[in-house]
Design a binder for this molecule. Structure first.
Ligand SMILES: [Cu+2]
Length: 487
């Protein structure tokens, strides 16, 4: 079908161009040059400019009336300000739009070509330059200052009693976390992510488990690198050369005793004329070691330079992870250790609830790529960046039930969307938001499991594990998000 349409279009273009060519050729016969346009033609064009201009404005006005009010009412305290800011900007843009386009159509129509008229040469005018530089500068400054003030008010510090909610994004869903009674989120580390602990919240058990796993991988890699045939042979060769050179240097020493003594006084003897006996013993011991290792044929690996490089890099990263986890050990929240703060955190998927009229402080994190948390009804949007927690505060002002009445839609629900094209299932990355009274909210929150129960009961709760696509720990941990460990 598409092919057919394409074919029709191509045939159409060919036909029109052929017609134009024929017209050109016949104009020769008619003794009239094709580019000679008559006064009547010009006059006609001038009129069409006006007609088109009027239709253009009419179309614009119709669109504004039909679709101008495209947003549902704002459901957050700061939303009103965002809408006012938007309205202010639109008014300025529309005024300029009408002025510029009126002049464009009107001038094009008025000054159509006439044989007896010559264009005026008007290269420069300081006053004009001044006017169209200064006025836009002032208008832009007003827009920017007004916008910045609104933005600063929206993103400023949250009140001390604001409810803390973390929105955690990954391809392709959202997880919400409530800080619990201590109003502190438990520390999370991407090194500790498992299918049952998708946010990587720190627990003592998980840390130990992770360290054991890491140590196993590290030992395996170290073995492969230590027993690499090419490197062992190169090292042996190098050591033998050193011994040989040392022997040679010692020989030369015999010929110049005085010279040697001078150097001995300066403490340079070893440096210049071979090595100490301990050094030789050490080198010989290493050579014996290498010979022994080379004999252990089952352990010997043979790696290309690239593979050796890649494995060394991997080893380095695993060792960094061990360091990072060790750092968590030292971390404390006002005297509470890292793995204690997370125990009362509540983790919810599918939908999350917030109370009307209370300030909510959102913290955003991302596991993989940049996502964008977008809550259109609350006029709220913030990027979720791997390794860089972001935040946003807002106060919902209309409950879901009230909004259903306002919208006259029984099915209406607030929604959290991803507003950054983040991959194949981006379109479906959403979470329902329920705004309700504080009592309803508290009841709902009470029913949500705390994180630690979840972790302990992980064998008894296969349903939760099944919800999450299993993420192999190593795969996630290998992502080069250097700053992602302690957020
Ligand atoms: Cu996304």
């Amino acid at each position: 079908m598409k092919l057919l349409i394409l074919l029709v279009v191509i045939v159409g273009i060919v036909a029109v161009s052929q017609l134009a060519r024929i017209y050109e050729l016949t104009s020769l016969l008619r003794k009239k040059r094709e580019e000679e346009i008559s006064f009547a033609d010009n006059k006609m064009n001038a009129k069409m400019w006006l007609v088109f201009g009027v239709l253009f404005f009419a179309g614009f006005i119709w669109l504004m009336i039909r679709y101008g009010d495209y947003q549902p009412p704002s459901a957050s305290a700061h939303g009103e300000e965002v809408d006012t800011l938007m309205f202010f900007n639109m008014v300025i843009i529309i005024i300029v739009f009408f002025i510029v386009n009126t002049l464009l159509f009107w001038f094009a129509s008025k000054y159509y070509y006439r044989k007896d008229r010559k264009a005026k040469f008007f290269p420069h005018d300081n006053r004009l330059e001044l006017i169209w530089t200064v006025i836009p500068s002032i208008v832009l400054a007003v827009i920017i200052i007004y916008g910045l003030r609104t933005w600063n008010a929206m993103t400023g510090e949250a009140q001390a009693d604001a409810i803390q909610i973390e929105l955690y994004s990954k391809q392709f869903d959202w997880t919400a976390r409530y800080a619990g009674a201590d109003a502190e989120f438990g520390l999370a580390s991407y090194n500790l992510i498992t299918p049952t602990n998708p946010l990587g919240i720190v627990t003592k058990e998980r840390m130990e488990e992770s360290l054991t796993d890491l140590q196993k991988s590290i030992n395996k890699l170290k073995g492969e690198l230590d027993y690499e045939y090419g490197h062992l042979m190169a090292e042996k060769h190098d050591l033998e050369e050193q011994l040989h050179e040392a022997a040679h240097g010692h020989h030369g020493h015999d010929h110049g005793d005085n010279h040697g003594e001078e150097h001995a006084e300066e403490g340079h003897d070893d440096h210049h004329h071979g090595m100490s006996e301990e050094m030789k013993t050490a080198i010989n011991a290493r050579i014996t070691d290498i010979d022994r290792m080379l004999a252990e044929t089952d352990k010997i690996t043979r790696l290309t330079d690239a593979a050796y490089e890649a494995k060394s890099e991997k080893l380095y990263r695993l060792e960094r992870q061990v360091e990072r986890i060790a750092e968590i050990d030292d971390y404390d929240f006002n005297g509470v250790q890292a793995w204690e703060a997370g125990k009362d955190d509540r983790i919810v998927k599918g939908e999350f609830h917030i109370p009307v009229g209370r300030e909510i402080e959102f913290v955003f994190r991302s596991r993989d790529v940049i996502h964008s948390a977008y809550m259109p009804h609350f006029r709220a949007q913030m990027n979720c960046v791997p390794g860089l927690p972001t935040r946003f505060k807002m106060t919902p002002t209309i409950t879901t039930d009230s909004m259903r009445l306002i919208m006259d839609d029984e099915e209406f629900d607030y929604v959290l969307l991803c507003n950054k094209v983040c991959g194949a299932a981006h379109f479906n990355m959403q979470m329902k938001i329920v705004v309700e009274t504080e009592e309803q909210y508290k009841d709902w929150l009470e029913q949500q499991d705390t994180f630690y129960v979840e972790e302990v009961n992980q064998e008894e709760a296969p349903a939760l594990a099944a919800q999450e696509a299993p993420v192999p720990v190593e795969e996630v941990a290998e992502e080069p998000t250097e700053t992602a460990s302690l957020n």
